[in-house]
Design a protein around this ligand. Structure first.
Ligand code: SF4
Ligand code: SF4
Ligand code: SF4
Length: 315
């Protein structure tokens, strides 16, 4: 069952049971519009939001982005240094000590591996935000999805609702358990008109920060002027209603751990559709929790699948 079907069927079913039922060569095509328009950012003009285009074909797995994120946000020192490549032997997820991780995928029939950076995708209509009943999440005008630990009650519903398995839980502090996730460096850099730290530090120009609509243009240009280099799809342009962080890949997205079954509708649109036809008070919490439980079960099997891909990569 894919996520759409789950949310259409699984969530509704649960409730009914309860009721008794980058930098381009312009080439021969038109030049792309300017990106990284920091002036607009500084003036607070970002009507349609900013974003990041990450090109997997440029990433060399140096982990500079991981290291700078660690420094920028005063995260704990990792067990292994950032230049230790043994971390690539398994597919990692973000965790309480890392807002971002880079994974390596060995592709069948291809000599060189492909690297993929993982962090919050800053969805246009975030599942984490929609699922949080104390409003700990905010979708800012600039595009970043931020998190307020002061109001978070630690219920972890957002971890289940995120279609990309991003929010991590800080277990190490019993008195202040909080969610850890990438905030696009909103407080430390975006508000000052600076691009995210990982984007600025990448030595390969694998990430471009700019107006989301310009990045979409840039991505399609890159596909067009480099025939055969990329899969003809910009992941995140439309997935789950669109995300601020978008991807170009030289190999099929599912081979580098992307979920290509999510569809184009925001995760919570299915919930909204369902809730509009049933009495709210009687159904909302049982519906949400039974639905989220099923989603969590599916995520576990997806996680195992991803681990398998990682294991395969080692062979
Ligand atoms: S810094 Fe850039 S090239 Fe290095 S791992 Fe991160 S995204 Fe890839
Ligand atoms: S990727 Fe997950 S954590 Fe990030 S905004 Fe989307 S739903 Fe929220
Ligand atoms: S945008 Fe900022 S918080 Fe997010 S991964 Fe990059 S450096 Fe870390």
């Amino acid at each position: 069952m894919n996520r759409r079907n789950f949310l259409k069927g699984g969530l509704a079913g649960g409730a009914l049971t309860f009721l008794g039922k980058g930098k381009e060569a312009a080439a021969s095509v038109a030049p792309p519009p300017p990106v990284s328009d920091i002036t607009m950012l500084k003036e607070g003009k970002y009507p349609r939001g900013m974003g990041v285009l990450y090109d997997l074909s440029r990433c060399i797995g140096c982990r500079t982005c991981e290291a700078i994120c660690n420094k920028e946000h005063h995260l704990p020192e990792p067990d292994l240094p950032f230049d230790d490549t043994s971390v690539f032997e398994r597919v990692r997820r973000t965790h309480e000590g890392a807002r971002t991780v880079v994974n390596r995928y060995k592709i069948k029939g291809q000599e060189n591996p492909v690297f993929r950076k993982v962090q919050c995708n800053h969805c246009a209509e975030p599942g984490c935000l929609s699922s949080c009943f104390v409003n700990a999440y905010t979708k800012t005008a600039i595009g970043a999805v931020t998190y307020n630990e002061k109001v978070c009650v630690g219920c972890r519903t957002c971890m289940i609702a995120c279609p990309f398995y991003v929010p991590a839980y800080r277990y190490s502090s019993a008195f202040n358990p909080i969610i850890i996730k990438c905030t696009m460096c909103y407080n430390t850099r975006l508000v000052k008109g600076e691009p995210p730290a990982c984007v600025a530090a990448c030595p390969r120009d694998a990430m471009n920060f700019g107006k989301r609509e310009d990045l979409i243009y840039m991505a399609h240009q890159r596909i067009r002027i480099n025939p055969g280099k990329y899969v003809e799809h910009v992941y995140g342009e439309k997935e789950v209603g669109g995300t601020a962080w978008m991807y170009l890949s030289p190999v099929p997205f599912e081979q580098v751990g992307f979920d290509t079954t999510l569809g184009e509708k925001p995760i919570f649109s299915y919930v909204k559709e369902f809730l509009s036809i049933v009495p709210m008070v009687l159904t909302i919490w049982p519906a949400l929790f039974s639905g989220f439980y099923l989603l969590a079960t599916r995520k576990e099997s997806q996680k195992i699948k991803q681990q398998d891909i990682g294991e395969e990569g080692k062979k």
